[in-house]
Design a protein around this ligand. Structure first.
Ligand code: ADP
Length: 367
């Protein structure tokens, strides 16, 4: 069992505060992804957990015991970096077992641990090769194997897939998920890739400027983003953000002769005349038919067929209307310049305060 508690962790370099009070509590077996843009403090936090940096204040506990001040090698943590740094002259077998060799683990025991890791990672056939004879993805597996044989209490990953090409990234991502399911270990994983975060995590901490903007399951982060920032970070193409004013039970979109009914869930929290930002995910928009309730009049500007879908950029109302992006089925008969009425399910509409960016309160209907 390994739990991780991060309590009010601050970190300053000189006068710059890089981490501004981080609190996270992980149960055994969780896969936490730290997600955020470059410079938001993800690696600093990971390094503090690993012991490669110390917090300026606050505490880090593994299995309920503080590890602050403890040497990294006594923390029983394995870390996998984006540069896998294998020993070029050693075989895969010795690369994986190197840490055990250094700790004078007897050869037979070492071999058993190496074989077990290689089997899990499906690289048994590669054990006698040198790193130069491996693909990027295979090398990354060897690096993971090296971390695995130590049977650590906690695995830390720092952007482990960012050096791989798109296809390998996908394969290795699936592999990591499978490994986590099999090993049931606690993992903290840093990335700026929202798809990696959504697919791998049991919980995601979306970070911004040294703080956690939202901590939640992938579903919570996607369906109920706490702020406009979180909403814009997860989902591709990103959520549409439209300026609007609530009037007489409708959301009147700025610069467009079009409006939507104010969703019931927001009727208690939005006053008449209040300015709001309306968030709509591109995948929540559809071409309206005769049964559609809430619809928006648009004109198609750019139509891009990606293969599995059409990404349509449309303009709301007249020429001065705001742009909106919709993901439509690939065979939708739509061309540039065509008028298009889009339907939106009121349950998928998000409303944010334009000033603070915070999500407006939603009163869910009783089941
Ligand atoms: P991320 O991993 O999200 O890209 P980092 O944790 O690497 O972000 O960095 C967060 C901020 O802290 C950056 O502005 C970076 O310049 C600063 N920083 C990180 N490490 C150091 C250091 N050793 N000395 C000074 N500033 C640092």
């Amino acid at each position: 069992m390994s739990t991780l508690d991060i309590r009010d962790v601050h970190k300053s370099y000189g006068r710059t505060e890089t981490l501004k009070g981080i609190d996270i509590s992980l149960a055994h077996g969780e896969f936490l992804v730290l997600l955020g843009p470059s410079g938001c403090g993800k690696s600093t936090l990971l390094n503090i957990i690993a012991g490669l940096a110390e917090p300026t204040s606050g505490d880090v506990l593994i299995d309920g015991r503080s590890v602050v001040g403890m040497h990294p090698k006594n923390r029983d943590i394995s870390m996998v970096f984006q540069s896998y740094a294998l020993y070029p002259n050693l075989t895969v077998r010795r690369n994986i077992g190197f840490g055990l060799e250094m700790r004078k683990v007897p050869a037979a025991e070492r071999e058993k641990a190496v074989l077990e890791a290689a089997k899990l990672l499906q690289i048994e056939a590669l054990l006698d090769r040198k790193p130069a004879q491996l693909s990027g993805g295979q090398r990354q597996r060897v690096a993971i194997g090296r971390a695995l044989v130590r049977k650590p209490r906690l695995f830390l990953f720092d952007e482990p897939l960012s050096n791989l090409d798109a296809k390998l990234r996908l394969e290795t991502r699936t592999e990591l998920k499978r490994l986590h399911q099999m090993l049931n270990t606690t993992i903290v994983y840093v990335t700026h890739d929202q798809v990696e975060a959504m697919t791998l995590a049991t919980r995601i901490a979306v970070m911004r400027d040294g703080r956690i903007e939202q901590l939640g399951t992938p579903k919570e982060i996607y369906d109920r983003p706490a702020t406009r920032y979180v909403a814009g970070f997860v989902g591709a193409p990103p959520m549409n953000m439209l300026d609007a004013v609530a009037k007489g039970g409708r959301l009147v979109l700025a610069d467009a002769d079009t409006s939507l009914p104010l969703p019931v869930a927001f009727q208690a929290s939005v006053g008449d005349g209040q300015a709001v930002t309306v968030g709509m995910r591109p995948e929540a928009l559809h071409v309206a038919d005769s049964t559609s309730g809430s619809t928006l009049g648009t004109t198609a500007e750019v139509i891009e067929l990606t293969g599995p879908e059409i990404v349509a950029t449309l303009r709301l109302g007249g020429a001065a209307g705001q742009r909106i992006v919709a993901c439509l089925p690939p065979r939708t008969p739509i061309g540039e310049g065509d008028p298009c009425r889009l339907a939106v399910d009121p349950d998928t509409i998000h409303l944010f305060d334009p000033e603070s960016g915070r999500s407006l309160e939603r009163v869910e209907a009783a089941p």
